[in-house]
Ligand binder design. Structure first.
Ligand code: NAD
Length: 710
């Protein structure tokens, strides 16, 4: 199938339009490179053609990158390396093309798209916010493998290139211009005309001016000694950020260095070799798995396709203008740009809620994601009152009132009296079964859970919880609206703790036991950061609120027995008024709201002395294996629909290390039999709460996996 077409202007510029049929964005594969080369050869041979412009036929995508399906298909490092070498050969041919090539970039220009652009003679970008240039490969556990590690530093300097490649980030056009990544930025309406004019200038013998990068860049980037400092700083930063858990950024630093210090041939050879080795690492397989999972979830409404008529939410009601209600309202106006009406018990609380909600778009304004005009428009979308005025228009209402069954039931009854037919009611409860909230409702088919995480505007996950009575329309409406809020949405069963808090429970329980035994708080947190979590469990307890964890703990013990009974640590902390960050005292000390060191008084509270010489391996096993065990158990109970959803929930909900791919993938990696044996050993020494669940035992004996072996 043809992916491109071309025409020649009267002035002699061949304008090539790339448009992969049947896809929303252009991705590029090696098969397609043959077609592009064929076209270039034809234009090269045509004496009427003086220069070439390459553009995209897609709305907001130049080239979004290489086709990621390619990566998973590599059976070996050698195959992946060969593919990188083939990419080099193609890009080299483009670079050596005898006539000038100008790229006209509008929309995403990522990965292979940018690598191709870097080999062309001149880059013009549209000033549209959708125009983004970057090399995101690191996020998939690999590195730019079509010359990006070699060409980007030569184009914009070592420091700026490391900044982009190591974070896998993309830049808007204005920043790209400043960096020297593009040569011109113009409005989209004149993009192609500008590119054609540039092509004619180059054909007429004009030279492209090299961008000037300032004194500091010249000192650091411009000589080998300065660059040595740059590489060293980059390495230290990567180790600090990743704890050495991710091989790709470290490999990228070496490859970039080889390219800059030893020349093109050595640089490209190092790049292909590293690309090959990284493509088959378990880290890359896990990260690519996450990419596919989130992509699939974007198309998954949580019901059988074709069985639901989701409602378009234009008016959202939020009952309870407290911490969560305000976060939901603020996120809804900022991200989904819908009209939001808040309701609380009195006007003072409503006013507080409105103020807190507006902090979300305010944050966007401060970070210059939106301008003042847009901010005013978004802020005007939120209103509120102490009654249900305005709720007669609501398509969806999310309640975030006190965590009290009677209060929640009253709210449901009040809502049913004022809402239009078909409106959906969602509860943000974290511990009350949704079915109990829906008991006695006139329309239980329109009631479900939408469990947000705090802070709502920053946490990427949403759990949607149908009951046995919830209808498919309500599920699909909630899932789609969650996506409009920018969330990754998983549909989970109405079981205590749902998915995320269920698997988090034993992790918190064990952290509590470890502290009671005198394991130093900083050791506990440090080993989990080393394992790959963004923060450790004790810091997380302080963040969530020790009282909140205590309440959750009671529910989990009631539902699941002593296995998930919180350690005495938690109640004693609550009794001492040490509730975490919000009270300025918890397991850690706080200075002006900022966490500092573990508070030594905490050990006195439990009558222990911090132990010297705690075994980090044992601490890790005691924290992680119960989490794996609970994930296997809850999966066996059908709390999540698939291993994919379970792993995504753990990664986005509790920060389970992405490079491990989630708890279920981790079990596959270790092997269920080894997980069972480890849990049995822990149970022998530390108590029955570690006993492996039946679901794991079955897997250990049958060898069944959560994912097919790769
Ligand atoms: P909060 O105390 O900050 O807010 C609750 C608000 O509800 C208060 O402003 C209160 O005045 C209002 N309210 C109570 N009864 C009401 C009624 N009948 N009508 C209208 N407003 C009423 O509590 P929160 O932390 O925002 O939690 C709200 C809900 O979200 C709870 O169900 C909680 O379990 C859940 N949740 C909380 C978190 C969290 O981290 N705080 C996370 C996920 C879910």
């Amino acid at each position: 199938m043809a992916i491109l077409s071309w025409s020649v202007t009267a002035s002699g510029v061949g304008v090539v339009t790339l448009d992969v049929p049947g896809e929303a964005v252009n991705t590029f594969s090696h098969a397609q490179s043959g077609e592009l080369w064929g076209c270039l050869e034809a234009l090269g041979a045509d004496p009427a053609v003086r220069a070439v412009v390459l553009r995209s036929g897609k709305r907001d995508s130049f080239i979004a990158g290489a086709d990621i399906n390619q990566f998973v298909a590599f059976p070996s490092a050698a195959d992946a390396e060969a593919s990188s070498r083939a990419g080099h050969a193609f890009i080299d041919r483009v670079e050596g093309f005898p006539k000038p090539i100008v790229v006209a970039i509008h929309g995403t220009c990522l990965g292979l798209g940018l690598e191709l652009s870097l080999a062309c003679d001149y880059r013009v970008a549209s000033d549209h916010p959708k125009t983004q240039l970057g090399l995101p490969e690191i996020q998939l556990g690999i590195l730019p493998g079509a010359g990006g590690c070699y060409r980007l530093p030569r184009q914009i300097g070592a420091r700026a290139a490391l900044d982009i490649i190591l974070a896998g980030k993309s830049e808007r056009a204005a920043k790209a211009l400043k960096l020297g990544l593009v040569d011109e930025v113009v409005p989209e309406s004149i993009l192609v005309a500008t590119a054609v004019a540039a092509a004619l200038r180059l054909a007429g013998g004009d030279r492209v001016r090299a961008p000037s990068r300032g004194i500091q860049a010249a000192l650091l980037d411009g000589n080998p000694l300065g660059r040595r400092l740059v590489y060293r700083a980059a390495r230290a930063q990567v180790i600090k950020r990743t704890q050495g858990n991710y091989p790709a950024p470290l490999a990228a630093i070496d490859v970039i260095r080889t390219g800059l210090e030893s020349g093109k041939e050595a640089g490209l050879a190092a790049e292909a070799r590293a690309f090959g080795a990284l493509a088959v690492t378990p880290e890359s397989r896990a990260l690519v798995g996450i990419f596919f999972a989130t992509t699939a979830l974007k198309k998954d409404d949580g019901v059988e396709p074709g069985t639901a008529h989701p409602r378009e939410v234009a008016h959202l009601g939020v009952v309870g203008a407290g911490f969560m209600g305000a976060g939901i309202a603020g996120t809804a106006v900022t991200t989904a740009k819908v009209d939001v009406r808040m309701k609380d018990a009195d006007l003072a609380r409503v006013a507080n809620g409105l103020r807190a909600a507006i902090e979300v778009p305010q944050g966007q304004l401060t970070r210059r994601r939106i301008n003042r005009f847009e901010f005013e428009r978004l802020a005007a979308l939120i209103s509120g009152g102490a009654d249900y005025r305005g709720f007669a228009r609501a398509d969806l209402v999310i309640e975030a009132v006190f965590e009290d069954l009677a209060v929640k039931r009253t709210v449901v009854a009040e809502l049913e009296a004022v809402l239009p037919a078909e409106a959906i009611v969602a509860s943000n409860t974290s511990t009350i079964p949704i079915a109990r909230i829906a008991e006695g409702a006139r329309h239980p088919e329109r009631i479900l859970g939408m469990h947000f995480f705090s802070p709502v505007d920053r946490m990427p996950l949403l759990e949607v919880i149908p009951t046995s009575k919830t209808g498919p329309d309500a599920i699909a409406t909630a899932v789609r609206f969650g996506r409009r809020l920018g969330k990754t949405v998983i549909v989970v069963a109405d079981r205590p703790g749902f998915w995320v808090n269920r698997i988090l429970a034993p992790y918190f329980v064990e952290a509590g036991h470890l502290v009671l035994e005198g394991t130093p708080i900083d050791v506990i947190d440090r080993v989990m950061v080393k394992y790959g979590f963004p923060v450790g469990p004790i810091a997380l307890l302080d963040e969530v609120g020790v009282d909140v964890a205590a309440k959750g703990g009671v529910v989990m013990r009631e539902a699941f027995g002593d296995r998930l009974a919180p350690a005495a640590t938690i109640d004693r902390m609550v009794a001492a008024g040490r509730l975490g960050r919000k009270t300025g005292s918890g397991f850690y000390l706080y200075h002006e709201g900022h966490k500092t060191d573990p508070d030594p008084k905490v050990y006195d509270l439990f009558g222990v002395k911090p132990l010297a010489g705690a075994d980090p391996g044992l601490v890790t096993r005691r924290l992680i294996f119960p989490l794996l065990n609970e994930a296997a158990r809850a999966f066996g109970e059908g709390v999540v629909r698939s291993a994919r959803d379970g792993d995504i929930g753990a990664i986005f909900g509790i920060g389970f290390p992405p490079f491990r791919g989630g708890p279920l993938r981790t079990i596959d990696g270790i092997g269920a039999a080894v997980v069972v044996a480890t849990l049995e050993e822990l149970a022998r020494v530390h108590g029955e709460r570690f006993a492996p669940c039946d679901a794991l035992r079955v897997r250990a004996s049958t060898g069944e996996r959560y994912y097919p072996a790769t």
